[in-house]
Design a binder for this molecule. Structure first.
Ligand code: NAI
Length: 329
């Protein structure tokens, strides 16, 4: 198939070319997919897109002749599935590539925030060896709340159990593996009220959008640590900034941000930051942000490329794909 690969970085090109082995004709495009860049897909059978590409109805309408949307991601909240179906486009994704990559990054945020590693690193470089302000807490014996115990949440819960934490979970379905590992399923209200650390691992849906808002924050412990490696819009950023200012939120670790499409994956260091809300977030000493890199391990990038090429090959051969995303009925 002829595939237009949008938002392509050198590491995408290297991993996809290696997985492809010459099977498909891949056109690597640095541009994000949007209404302006959609015509670049002319003459291609498939579009390969990443998390911050725009796959809304007007953009899909501009992808003339495209039969397949091959997502290089697990999440598909950025795709208008109804429009894709109407336009006769199949949508395929990479449902699992390394839950360990994302779960371990979430743990990295917990540890760094708790022990102020980001601040200590800066201090040492300036010759400041004072410890004031760097005191952490033992994770052992603390209560960790996990929202969404699918592939990533389950790995995260297991790691935190290994630290000796009590793990509470909330999900629309119970994961028996988590239960067997000693995770206790509770209502959201109890998870909010009892957790010292809360980590989000559920998908972004209309139901989970702004799951963490003013009301949710008001039910949490004072000084709670919030970790989001899932999707930015799970958190109402304005509410969490208010929570940081009041002290309700004691630590915030983010790998994703509501308006990240305008920022993440690009080097904008020579430009003036236009997003005042994001700028405010970066001023807090107890906020640690990474730019959607939780997935970024050798193993995950290789798996994403191999599954993506496998999806395209399967669709070309059979017109179907085991990793197709179906419109909820
Ligand atoms: P998964 O589908 O295995 O698990 C998601 C879990 O969330 C399921 O158990 C589901 O029942 C649960 N869930 C759905 N609605 C819920 C609700 N209203 N309340 C509580 N739980 C709910 O997905 P996986 O692979 O664990 O990924 C989780 C999320 O992580 C993805 O949706 C994606 O947004 C994000 N992600 C982020 C990456 C990064 O680099 N930062 C990379 C990969 C995924």
């Amino acid at each position: 198939m002829k595939v237009a690969v949008f938002s392509s970085k050198p590491y995408d090109e290297a991993s996809l070319a290696a997985a492809n082995g010459g099977r498909h004709e891949l056109t690597f495009l640095e541009a994000h997919l949007n209404a302006r860049t959609a015509p670049l897909a002319a003459g291609h059978d498939a579009v390969c897109a990443f998390v911050n590409d725009n796959l809304s109805a007007p953009v899909l309408e501009g992808l003339k002749g495209v039969k397949l949307l091959a997502l290089r991601s697990a999440g598909f909240n950025h795709v208008d599935l109804a429009a894709a179906e109407q336009l006769g486009m199949a949508v395929v994704r990479v449902p699992a590539y390394s839950p360990y990559a994302v779960a371990e990054h979430a743990v990295a945020l917990v540890l760094a925030l708790n022990r102020n590693i980001h601040r200590a690193h800066n201090r040492i470089r300036e010759g400041n060896f004072a410890l004031d302000g760097l005191m952490g807490f033992d994770l052992h014996g603390r209560t960790v709340g996990v929202i969404g115990t699918g592939k990533i949440g389950a790995v995260f819960a297991g790691i935190m159990r290994g630290f000796g934490c009590k793990v509470l979970a909330h999900d629309v379905t119970v994961n028996p593996e988590c239960e067997a590992a000693g995770v206790q399923y509770v209502k959201l209200a109890q998870l909010f009220a009892e957790s010292d650390v809360i980590s989000l691992h559920c998908p972004l849906t209309p139901m989970t959008r702004h799951l963490i808002d003013d009301a949710a924050l008001s039910r949490m412990k004072n000084g709670v640590m919030l970790i989001n490696t899932s999707r930015g819009a799970l958190i109402d950023t304005r509410a969490v900034i208010a929570g940081l200012k009041s002290g309700r939120v004691g630590y915030l670790g983010l790998d994703v941000y509501e308006e990240e499409a305008e920022l993440f994956f690009e080097d904008l260091s020579g430009q003036v930051l236009q997003d005042d809300i994001f700028a405010r977030l970066t001023t807090f000493p107890n906020v640690l942000i990474t730019g959607h890199q939780a997935f970024f391990t050798h193993e995950a990038v290789k798996n994403i490329a191999e599954t993506t090429i496998g999806n395209i090959t399967e669709f070309e051969a059979t017109g179907q794909c085991a990793n197709a995303v179906k419109l909820p009925r």
